[in-house]
Ligand binder design. Structure first.
Ligand SMILES: Nc1ncnc2c1ncn2[C@@H]1O[C@H](COP(=O)(O)OP(=O)(O)OP(=O)(O)O)[C@@H](O)[C@H]1O
Length: 808
């Protein structure tokens, strides 16, 4: 019988590593204990929590606790409770007789909150009921009370008994994170918004006024925040953020803008550090609302309004604006004001457009959007032009040549491309592993005429053309452009999951070299919608002229995830370090110094760094972030091997959530980085820090840094990425642990590969091979150059499929 998988490995807590006698594999039957903190509503670890948040486990724990805590309900009583609450919603055929809740509103709101706090199934029912016809009447009732006619004491009572529980219900983490509930929640927020936003304005104006009356600090302990107030403020800000996210028209609503400004005033007076820490989560939502309203991001007057005092000639560079803002209208079907609507790959119309693309200028007067959205807009357009622009220009040239073969003589500009002519869609195959793949055939290049099969094979292999995962575009004289990725040949035969039959891949029948006249490449269309056009081309034969354009060195995974991420961020306005990269009011006052706040852990009350890890002979030295920095720098210089500039960099970096260290070659930047890592490791417990991720642009830099760390006694280091030249490799069992641990923490881009001998390794950054190196386990050549994998290296699709891509 196979030994049971390691139990500690399941919760990432096995300390024995490769020496553990139990297999370090994921056990699908492993049942973690239910999280008691989740039951109390205090668990903030989300999916990273070691304990189960599964509804069944939580319901069971609630039931168990039910005996000890008379306030909590078991599943049966919760169900009964829900049935009772449902009476507030008449059936559709009784809607005519629906009556206002009146004083029962309090019970309605409080019980709604209790129910969403419980079992997932009931939580879904509660939100679905609120989004039903009767529910909309109830939401309207709650939001449409005559708040302005109440005296302060009456309003406080009403706020605590109805508004707050209701807002907590619709901002509950389980509710807002549920994909199934998203459309229903949208209905609830739309009702809350009301016609022209009147309902939301009245509700949030009253709420903002109420918040103004609250004391932010604790009455007995003026340094600390009042936790109830912090919770209330966070609820109101979260609800407003969601409302503004769902109702985009609210972002130009004057009444709500005033509400946001009133809320900001709450935090005008500086708070003691301890109290400020408690309000950070709430302020995150307020900042997001401000970003959405574009508050403090008014663009400087457009150049038409600026009077130029100078008598000198001014070089005035203006550009036609994007999409619908352009005086002549959009340039093509992918020219939009909003980057979320722009297709990542160039469209046919874009390739054919005679007009120049819109590219943002450095001058803020020329920008059409400010703030974070504007920053993302500009970076998206510039990166897309740098990558996709080359494809567009090369494809455009070939399209013109298909129309007019004499254009061949014209000088081609832009990306280096290979063009294969006289293309036909010759075959296709479908299987559940690879999806739909097509065989495209074309004339063998002129160099291969009258060559033997062996010579043809050597030529194709040596040229590295049409290699695995290469990006190609099929262009037709009739006007179509289809992007493909060249499919790698499968490692071993594929089996049909249902029938057990061996699937014959297209690679078995076609390749680039066997036929003297024609070469064949197997490729997969990037857009599923192109499949129909291709099948059509397959049926109709050679009615049109087709060309295949290859863009060597341009790989889809190198730019698509980044561009897509910018589109998503432009939607959610959730971007790491947004406050530093696009601070509110920076556009209005670009010369303002940006205040980079200390990292979250360092603002925790009572936290201070212990710097002894880098001081000489164990000298005790402590620093509190952003306090007495000059004094600490002097002491650190005196009591460590760091010189003054390095000590200054260490103190300054530890005081900021984002720091850049710059200096001429050999001045000790890497040395300083190593000292910083040592300090952070030494303060791991005090700051409750997780793993430290050290990312380098090249493998060489990473090896240098890590070798120094190891030399200085830091041994629990896992080196991931392209192969290391350092001596100690990662064993297969360690690699498996890393795969499992990383799969949980990093989902996104990056890919797993196997060397010629089957050892797995990862490639981060764009996920494509960029450096030549040797496999630490077997010394085989691994990785690659210019996005071309070394011979024998294969994409480890099984690991990628099992765990998803990696974001390294
Ligand atoms: N304060 C120091 N004490 C002892 N050795 C130091 C100190 N600062 C730098 N060094 C040594 O000086 C050399 C150069 O430092 P390092 O490689 O960190 O510089 P760098 O600025 O990162 O260089 P590059 O720009 O070339 O990457 C290294 O051998 C490093 O160990």
């Amino acid at each position: 019988m196979a030994p049971r998988p390691c139990v500690f490995f399941q919760t990432r807590s096995c300390k024995q590593g490769g020496g553990c006698p139990y297999p370090h594999v994921i056990d699908p039957n492993f049942k973690r204990k239910a999280c008691t903190q989740f039951v109390n509503g205090t668990c903030r670890k989300g999916s990273n929590c070691m304990f189960s948040h599964a509804p069944d486990d939580i319901a069971l724990l609630r039931a168990t606790l039910g005996g000890a805590d008379p306030g909590s309900r078991g599943p049966a009583s919760t169900e009964a409770h829900f049935k009772e609450w449902r009476y507030f919603f008449p059936l559709p055929d009784r809607m005519a007789a629906i009556r206002p809740l009146g004083p029962a509103r309090t019970k309605f709101c409080k019980e709604a909150l209790e129910l969403v706090d419980g079992e997932a199934g009931l939580m879904q029912e509660v939100i679905s009921l609120l989004a039903s016809e009767a529910g909309c009447v109830r939401v309207r009732e709650i939001a449409e009370q005559h708040f302005s006619q109440l005296n302060p004491a009456q309003y406080i009572r009403l706020f605590d008994a109805q508004i707050l529980p209701f807002l907590k219900t619709i901002t509950h983490k389980n509710v807002t994170s549920s994909l199934i509930l998203a459309p229903r929640l949208m209905t609830v927020y739309n009702i809350l918004y009301g016609e022209n936003g009147q309902r939301a304005e009245s509700l949030f104006t009253a709420a903002a006024k109420h918040l103004q009356g609250l004391a932010l600090t604790h009455p007995d302990e003026l340094d600390a925040a009042d936790t109830t107030t912090a919770d209330t403020i966070e609820t109101v800000f979260t609800a407003l953020d969601k409302l503004v996210e769902i109702n985009t028209e609210s972002q130009v609503h004057d009444g709500l803008r005033i509400v946001v400004e009133t809320m900001r005033q709450l935090f005008e007076a500086p708070l003691p550090a301890t109290a400020a820490f408690a309000y950070r989560p709430a302020l995150k939502y307020l900042r997001r609302v401000e970003q959405r309203f574009g508050l403090g991001q008014t663009l400087p007057d457009s150049k038409d309004n600026v009077k130029i005092a100078s008598r000198h000639a001014v070089f005035d560079l203006a550009r036609e604006r994007p999409g619908e803002l352009s005086e002549e209208g959009p340039r093509h079907d992918s020219d939009h004001v909003d980057i979320r609507q722009i297709s990542i790959l160039p469209t046919l119309q874009e390739m054919q457009s005679p007009r120049n693309e819109y590219l943002p200028l450095a001058d803020p007067k020329e920008w059409h959007i400010g703030g974070l959205k504007g920053l993302l807009d500009r970076h998206f357009r510039l990166l897309r032009e740098d990558t996709v622009g080359q494809l567009r220009d090369a494809a455009k040239f070939e399209l013109e040549r298909l129309h007019d073969p004499h254009a061949q003589d014209r000088k081609r500009q832009g990306a280096r491309t290979f063009v294969y002519r006289n293309v036909a869609v010759s075959d296709f195959a479908f299987d559940s592993f690879s999806g739909m793949e097509f065989a495209l055939s074309f004339d063998q290049p002129r160099e291969l005429q009258r060559k033997s099969e062996r010579q043809r094979r050597d030529w194709w292999d040596g040229s590295k053309r049409l290699g695995d995962e290469a990006l190609v575009c099929l262009l037709s004289s009739e006007g179509s452009a289809t992007f493909f990725i060249v499919s790698p040949a499968p490692n071993r035969p594929k089996k049909d999951v249902q029938t057990g039959n061996i699937i014959q891949p297209l690679h078995k029948s076609y390749n680039l070299w066997s036929e003297e006249e024609r070469a064949h490449v197997i490729a997969k269309p990037i857009n599923q919608s192109d499949i129909y056009t291709l099948l059509d081309q397959l049926m109709t034969g050679y009615a049109e002229q087709l060309s295949l354009v290859e863009f060597p060195g341009v790989l889809l995974p190198a730019f698509r995830p980044t561009l897509q991420a910018m589109q998503t961020m432009s939607d959610t306005l959730d971007m790491p370090f947004a406050e530093v990269l696009a601070p509110v009011s920076m556009t209005a006052n670009p010369d303002r110094d940006i205040d980079v706040v200390p990292p979250n852990y360092a603002t925790r009350p009572g936290f201070r760094y212990n710097l002894s890890a880098v001081t000489n002979a164990g000298t005790q030295l402590y620093m509190t972030p952003a306090r007495n920095t000059e004094e600490t720098t002097a002491e650190l210089t005196a009591h460590s091997s760091l010189d003054f500039g390095q000590a200054q960099s260490v103190v300054s970096s530890l005081s900021r959530s984002l720091a850049l260290i710059q200096g001429p070659p050999g001045t000790g930047k890497s040395y300083t980085g190593v000292q910083l890592i040592k300090i952070l490791l030494d303060n791991k417990k005090a700051g409750k820090l997780g793993a430290i991720i050290c990312v380098c642009y090249t493998n060489h830099a990473l090896d240098q840094g890590l070798e120094r760390l190891v030399d200085e006694g830091v041994h629990n280091v896992v080196r991931i990425g392209g192969s290391s030249k350092s001596n100690e490799g990662v064993s297969t069992s360690e690699m498996k642990m890393v795969v499992a641990a990383m799969a949980g923490e990093f989902l996104g881009t990056g890919h797993w590969y196997r060397c010629a001998n089957g050892q797995p390794f990862t490639v981060g950054e764009c996920g494509m091979p960029m450096e030549l190196a040797r496999c630490p386990a077997c010394d085989a050549g691994i990785d690659g150059q210019n996005h071309q994998a070394t011979q024998g290296v294969q994409l480890a699709r099984d690991i990628d499929t099992q765990f998803g891509g990696l974001r390294l």
